[in-house]
Design a protein around this ligand. Structure first.
Ligand SMILES: [Zn+2]
Length: 441
């Protein structure tokens, strides 16, 4: 039987062996950052730490955090790259931009070796889903400076797959390609997977029976780790869907495996994970906290203790796949920056999606945080399936309101929009509006 691991020695290494490898790489990375990156030299000096003080993985906790805001401020102060850069400019091979919601996006540079590390670890994830050399792959991400398209493309090519380049194609042209060529694997955001399926259905095309897609993978948003969203994508494509959490600044750091046990493994030989509680203390197995990652492979922009703002839960069980790589329960549980407080209750948009998606009659939805008569309120706007009768729409609204009230612990307003009236998303979805922060003028 063919191996289920691309790199069994690393994916199944003993804890002692992994710790040795991580320690060696961490020391080299800190040494390199201190010697070559003005940004990190300043930070470490301000914290009165020299690289010699970092001898074990536990010593990592003595180092200061790095935040995205800090990197953005640094690039704004010293445009265009900031002074994190720790290699000569001539050694840089790739530039990617993060997707910014506010301000200028962060520009991220990689050397040839850095870039290889990014896509090779990604390839290991694809292999864990079951993607093989004989597959034909479509990476349906936007063509541009974002890393999603390039990393997916290069990762599939790294496995020897034939990759069909569709970055610049329209949705119609992509559907046509899926019907015409023997494409067996599709990568895209979860929102786009649903949009693709809906667009095909409008043309009378059933992607589940009329294409050869057997595996889909999803990144850019947490949707594929939300069971109801994943089930919807799997039904639309007649394929197995997998989640691939990642960050331009760190790596495509995690992956679900073919055991499909609800766990997300971390490529911990590429990026060292810490899961920290609100006081910055490491949580134990089963504990929840913010994921903080330290790059163990990148040399152009070596990030140390980078705060991902992702809320995760450390697994306290072994994955049946046999990998020993650290695992998280259920992927990214929430984006800490997305947290909203409504009448004293904490609400995450992901939780709303978990409650809305199981209802088959919902094609799209929108979450609006607003203030009504001085009180905070959540409006959930639903774009119902056009196949529903008016009476069925009303029934759906009542069931949704009840599920949301029970699931969130707070009353919400559910509004039925006209079928097809809410925006659809071909990249990362923007389903959340917070009108409370939008000042009227
Ligand atoms: Zn596994």
């Amino acid at each position: 039987m063919a191996s289920r691991y691309l790199e069994p020695r690393l994916e199944r290494s003993s804890r002692a062996e992994m710790t040795r490898l991580q320690t060696r790489r961490l020391r080299a990375e800190v040494q390199h950052a201190y010697a070559r990156s003005p940004f990190y030299r300043r930070k470490l000096k301000a914290a009165s730490i020299t690289p010699a003080a970092i001898r074990t993985l536990d010593d990592l906790r003595r180092l200061p955090f790095t935040t995205k805001d800090e990197l953005k401020d640094n690039q704004a102060a010293t445009p265009p790259w900031g002074d994190v850069l720790a290699v000569p400019f001539a050694d840089v091979l790739r530039v990617h931009l993060t997707s910014a919601t506010t301000g200028r996006p962060l520009a991220f540079l990689d050397t040839r070796e850095d870039w290889y590390g990014f896509y090779h670890s990604y390839a290991r994830s694809l292999y864990a889903y079951g993607v093989r050399k004989s597959d034909m792959v479509m990476a349906a991400f936007s063509y541009g400076p974002w890393i999603g398209y390039w990393s997916g493309f290069y990762a599939a090519q790294d496995l020897g797959c034939l990759v069909f380049p569709v970055g610049g194609l329209t949705t119609d042209a992509r559907i046509d390609a899926l019907l015409t060529y023997p494409i067996t694997v599709l990568g895209c955001t979860p929102s786009y997977a649903l949009f693709l399926a809906e667009t095909a259905a409008k043309k009378g095309i059933d992607l589940a029976t009329q294409t050869r897609v057997r595996i889909t993978w999803h990144t850019g948003e947490p949707g594929a780790s939300i069971p109801a969203t994943k089930a919807k994508i799997e039904a639309a494509f007649g394929a197995k869907a997998f989640d691939l959490p990642g960050l331009t600044e760190i790596a495509a750091w995690g992956f679900e495996c073919d055991a499909r046990a609800g766990l997300t493994h971390v490529h911990e030989d590429y990026c060292y994970p810490e899961v920290l509680d609100e006081q910055g203390r490491p949580v134990g197995p089963g504990g929840r906290g913010e994921l903080v990652l330290t790059s163990l492979y990148r040399k152009a922009m070596p990030l140390i203790r980078y705060r991902t703002r992702d809320l995760v839960q450390l697994a306290d069980r072994r994955c049946p796949c046999g990998r020993t790589l650290r695992a998280l329960e259920g992927g990214v549980l929430a984006r800490l920056d997305d947290m909203k407080k409504i009448r004293g209750v904490v609400v995450y948009p992901r939780r709303v999606e978990e409650l809305v998606r199981p209802h088959a009659g919902v094609d799209e939805f929108q979450i609006v945080f607003r203030r009504r008569e001085g009180l905070d309120d959540i409006l959930i706007r639903i774009d119902p399936s056009p196949s529903l009768s008016l009476a069925e729409r009303d029934g759906l609204g009542v069931r949704l309101a009840e599920d949301l009230r029970t699931g969130l612990g707070i009353r919400t307003t559910v509004e039925m929009a006209e079928p097809g009236s809410l925006p659809r998303w071909d990249h990362k979805a923007k389903r959340v509006k917070d009108e409370r922060t939008e000042v009227p003028f």
